[in-house]
Design a binder for this molecule. Structure first.
Ligand SMILES: Cc1cc2nc3c(=O)[nH]c(=O)nc-3n(C[C@H](O)[C@H](O)[C@H](O)COP(=O)(O)O)c2cc1C
Length: 362
């Protein structure tokens, strides 16, 4: 029997297997950035994942970035998430909201004209899709030292809202070049206050957010996602540098005493990061989830290989879950898989979203 199908306790949840559904932005939220019955159907179809981490969800309007991303800062959004929570629970699943403040990966057009903030006023390269076509990312404003507390408070409110909606917890998104990662990266964070300069100072905001969220809703239903050195969205962290090691050690050492549900590491590419991943896993001393990035789509073989390395307790699986609502069953049976259709990843309706067939239907 493959290790992939051994059960695992993560925080307050007992999971049936050692792979979980990755956070996947799908840009299909309804009016007011609220989840809809279509979104609820999508997540319920995938309840067999055991643990679902939702698409990145904005903790505030300022934290919105892309078009049609859901939020967790209005009553309407909480009501929308209740549809998702109830539908997933009806199928015995567990679902946590990924709290994603986009920071500088944003355009005001996608959030009713509100401002964009980042660690420093450093514009991200590239463009953002808006309703009027592609536009350069906003030039962000750097919040003052005192304002950072307000950003922390937004994460706490969103986490409380997640629980109020009946969701099982939250994952704090400090990966992939969004706001929290922008504070970690010395090429984006040029601050000279307590949130900038040394690795410990750059780690401070992430540690404060995770600590405050854990205190608010209970550490055993809070996860943290990090992607050390992932050069995505203009991140300039240097693989193999002593600064990278010191920065991520500072984050992990800062959150380890909290007793979080899990630490989720996106290690891409895995090979040069293996030493750092092992080091962070030892320091964290709790459940570690891993994903080795966008290079190859995760397969059952790669899940098993990753588990064999001992780098993690479970593997985070993205595109195969996107295209296979019953992926767990298909992998158990060694059945054929549906192929993910990249053209329908971001935005649209049911097509490429809720219409991937189950094994039973195909
Ligand atoms: C369509 C799509 C949307 C994604 N959205 C998010 C997101 O909202 N938050 C996040 O942390 N990662 C996001 N990712 C990264 C995935 O969580 C995962 O790391 C990546 O897909 C590689 O794993 P895979 O080979 O299993 O798909 C996204 C990936 C894809 C393909």
């Amino acid at each position: 029997m493959s290790r992939a199908f051994e059960s695992l306790t993560v925080g307050r949840w007992q999971l049936p297997q050692r792979f979980v559904m990755a956070p996947l932005t799908r840009n299909r939220a309804g009016a007011g950035h609220a989840p809809t019955t279509l979104n609820a159907e999508y997540y319920a179809q995938r309840a067999g994942a055991g643990l679902i981490v939702t698409e990145g969800t904005a903790p505030s309007q300022v934290g919105q970035g892309y078009l049609d991303v859901p939020g967790l800062y209005t009553d309407e959004q909480v009501a929308g998430w209740r549809l998702v929570a109830d539908a997933v629970h009806a199928r015995d699943g567990v679902v946590v909201a990924q709290l994603m403040h986009a920071g500088r990966i944003a355009h005001a057009d996608n959030k009713d004209g509100v401002e964009t903030v980042s660690a420093s006023a450093v514009q991200a390269p590239g463009e953002m899709v808006t309703a009027d076509g592609n536009k350069p990312h906003d030039v962000p404003r750097a919040p003052s030292t005192d304002e950072v507390a307000g950003l922390v408070a937004d994460f706490v409110t969103a986490a409380r809202n997640a629980v109020a909606a009946g969701l099982d917890g939250v994952e704090v998104h400090a990966a992939n070049g969004y706001l929290l990662h922008q504070f970690l990266d010395p090429t984006i964070n040029l601050r000279d206050d307590v949130y900038g300069g040394t690795p410990e100072n750059r780690a401070r905001f992430v540690v404060e957010v995770v600590t405050a969220v854990a205190e608010a809703i209970g550490a055993d239903r809070v996860g943290l996602r990090l992607s050390p050195g992932h050069q995505f969205n203009g991140v300039g962290e240097e693989l193999g540098s002593t600064d990278l090691t010191a920065t991520y050690r500072a984050v992990v050492d800062g959150v380890a005493p909290l007793g979080l549900a899990y630490l989720s590491l996106l290690a891409s590419p895995l090979e040069p990061l293996e030493t750092l991943v092992r080091d962070l896993r030892e320091r964290f001393d709790g459940i570690v989830l891993i994903n080795d990035g966008f290079g190859d789509v995760t397969s059952l073989g790669s899940v098993e290989e990753l588990l064999e390395t001992g780098l993690a307790d479970a593997v985070v699986v993205g595109r195969p879950f996107l295209a296979n609502p019953d992926l767990d069953e298909r992998w158990r049976q060694g059945a054929e898989l549906n192929e993910p259709d990249q053209a329908t990843f971001y935005g649209g309706g049911a097509e490429g979203y809720t219409d991937y067939p189950t094994l039973e239907a195909s």
